[in-house]
Write a protein that binds this ligand. Structure first.
Ligand code: 13P
Length: 256
């Protein structure tokens, strides 16, 4: 089963509109001829409009970093899937920072996934264990429980429209990266095997799974050649046009 590689930047809470447009335009110039993989940038909600305009017709997709599950109403401060859908193709759901600082749970993640899919958005769903869980040998059981929570009630057809991002929390923004072998093993044991149990082998093999956590130009090649790793969700290294473009190019070269 050939899964198309997919590298997405997660800008987190960075970039004013002017900065966002500048970065988007530079990426467009540097990466305009890349056909070998899907590329996207997930921007703050305030940048979505300008970035979607700047990238219109390009090979770089746009994503939001979060959304609420209701279409509209008295939910001050939230962004609805209807609003996101006008401006973006993807939406990150359940990033560990949202789970840790903003009370996101497996239940809210599941509600958001269902809503995003119902609106034709492509969710990038984040999962991953903490350092304590990792040290206690709980990685596989914890990630499995996150997968079961995220996919609860999803049909096989819906499940295939998700992208997963395995982001060990201890590797995010720390400079520590899971070794490619470690990440590959967890993705196989804790993710694809559960998807096989929940659905079937074909569906488990069809779903794209990114790695996230201190991915950068220097380590992307070793990560992306691993059989279970289909790309990356990139934080820090996606904030500069040079670094992000170099990463994509290194990944393309490694896959040749
Ligand atoms: P860093 O690449 O900065 O470690 O962030 C990873 C991440 O959280 C992407 O969603």
């Amino acid at each position: 089963m050939m899964r198309r590689p997919f590298i997405a930047g997660n800008w987190k809470m960075n970039k004013t509109v002017a900065e966002a447009v500048e970065l988007a335009e530079s990426l467009c110039e540097a990466l305009g001829d890349v056909t070998e993989m899907d590329i996207a940038v997930c921007t703050p909600a305030t940048d979505l409009y300008a970035v979607s305009q700047a990238l219109e017709g390009s090979n770089i997709g746009v994503g939001a970093q979060n959304m609420y599950w209701e279409d509209k109403g008295a939910f001050t401060g939230e962004t609805s899937p209807v609003m996101v859908k006008e401006l973006a193709e993807y939406v990150i759901i359940g990033h560990s920072e949202r789970r840790e600082y903003f009370g996101e749970t497996d239940e809210t993640v599941n509600l958001k996934i269902k809503s995003a899919l119902a609106h034709g958005l492509k969710p990038i769903v984040c999962i991953g264990e903490s350092l304590e869980q990792n040290k206690a040998g709980e990685t596989v059981s914890f990630v499995k429980s996150q997968i079961e929570g995220a996919f609860a009630g999803l049909s096989e057809e819906d499940a295939r429209r998700l992208v997963l991002a395995y982001e060990p929390i201890w590797a995010i923004g720390t400079g520590l990266t899971a070794t490619p072998e470690q990440a590959n093993d967890i993705i196989r044991e804790a993710i694809r095997d559960v998807l096989k149990e929940l659905y079937n082998e074909e569906t488990a093999e069809a779903i794209r799974i990114q790695y996230g956590g201190s991915a950068k130009p220097g380590n992307i090649a070793d990560l992306i050649v691993m059989p279970e790793i289909d790309g990356a969700l990139v934080g820090g290294a996606s904030l500069k046009a040079d670094a992000f473009s170099e990463m994509i190019k290194n990944a393309v070269a490694a896959l040749k």
